[in-house]
Structure formats: structure tokens, C-alpha cells
Design a protein around this ligand. Sequence first.
Ligand code: SAH
Length: 214
Amino acid sequence: MSDDAERKMQFLYALRSRGVTDKAVLTAMEKIDRAAFIRHYFTDRAYDDMPLPIACGQTISQPSVVGLMTQALQLSPRDKVLEIGTGSGYQAAILSQLVRRVYTVDRHRRLVLEAREVFERLGLVNITAFTADGSHGLPDQAPFDRIVVTAAAEDPPGPLLAQLKIGGIMVLPVGQSDTVQRLIRVTRGEDGFDYDELRPVRFVPLVEGMGKET
Ligand code: SAH
């Protein structure tokens, strides 16, 4: 077996052993090359289950956390999904394999521009990336079947709850940025929201306003 094939097998094994068991999610993670979203000097770590630095002082999430969040969203092929925190674009690319349409926003223009280039190169035509403060959601495209936030807020932002369809699911980390946060799932029912706690995680903070360079 080639080194690449062996690395990929170990990657999938690590995902499964950390609880990513959904077949469709694993297939998407097998297909999307994480190395495409990482700067060249880290590409040999692309298949390690660890977060890595990207531009603007941000990080690409740990693959098993991407897998667990994607799985927790219980996606269906017709879903329209909003991601807050494009970062490298990796999570959006995984989502793009599983749903009809992905909108993703980041407060750093540079990250959005770089992610768009990768989406184009990989032919991921069902992703639209915007530079915006995601704490307001994306009112023009709302409501969404699913919302995933990949930066930690103290509480689920009100505009995001409001932009979730009835029957919709949002997965997000909540808690202070310098401590361990909790990954939670919010389900919107006819009469309100249900919350369940999934696991401890650690994400960069959700910061209000736009990135400095824009
Ligand atoms: N999902 C990404 C990882 C995201 S890291 C990936 O797959 O690579 C978190 C991202 O959230 C950072 O890029 C940061 O710029 C962004 N972010 C933080 N606060 C934000 C806000 N208010 N609106 C939009 N993006 C925000």
C-alpha cells in the first residue's frame, strides 16, 4: 500500500475510534483531501487528528471534531446549511458532500478569499462563502435547516436561533474562550428549543465585528 493510502486508512480508523461512525460522514471525509485546506508547511500533518494553524491566527479544527459535529447535525440531502466560521473551508467542504447548499461566513476576508479558491479548485459548486459577522447569521438566506458554528460563543446567538427552521438543528460550542467549552445541539420544535450537551471541546472565540484587515 502507498504511504498516502496507509495514512488515509489510519485517518479513517482514528475517526471511527473517536466516535465518527456515520457512513455518509466517513465517506465525505475520505473524499475531501484535508491537505488542500492547509498551508504547505503543515501538509504532512494533514491526516493527523489534530487542529492546525491557518492564516489570521485561526485554526482548522481537529478532524474527529469536524466529524462529530457533522454527524450531530443529522443532515439530509435536501438541507440548506449555514456555517459560521469558514476558517480554512474544510468543514464547509465536508458539508457540501452531504447537503444541497452550504452558506459559510467568516469575519476575515482573507480566509474567505482563500477558501473560495479551494472550493473552486475542488469543484465544490454548492458552497457560497461570504465575509460577514456571523453573529448576525445570514438574514438574506434564512431560514436554515441546519446551522453549525465553529467558534465559541458564551450562549447561542439570538439571530442564529431565529434563523433556524422549525425542526431544524444547530450545533455549536458554548462557553468562555479560555476554558473548556461544551459542544451543544439545539433542536427547534414547534414550541421552542431543546438543548442537549454532546462533549467538551475547545474552539477559538466567536468575535463580534469584522476582521481588522477588511
Ligand atoms: N470551520 C473552520 C474552522 C474555524 S476556526 C475550518 O473548517 O477550518 C473559527 C473561525 O471563526 C475563524 O476563522 C474566525 O475568523 C471565525 N469567526 C470568529 N468570530 C466570527 C464571527 N463573528 N463571524 C464570522 N466568523 C467568525
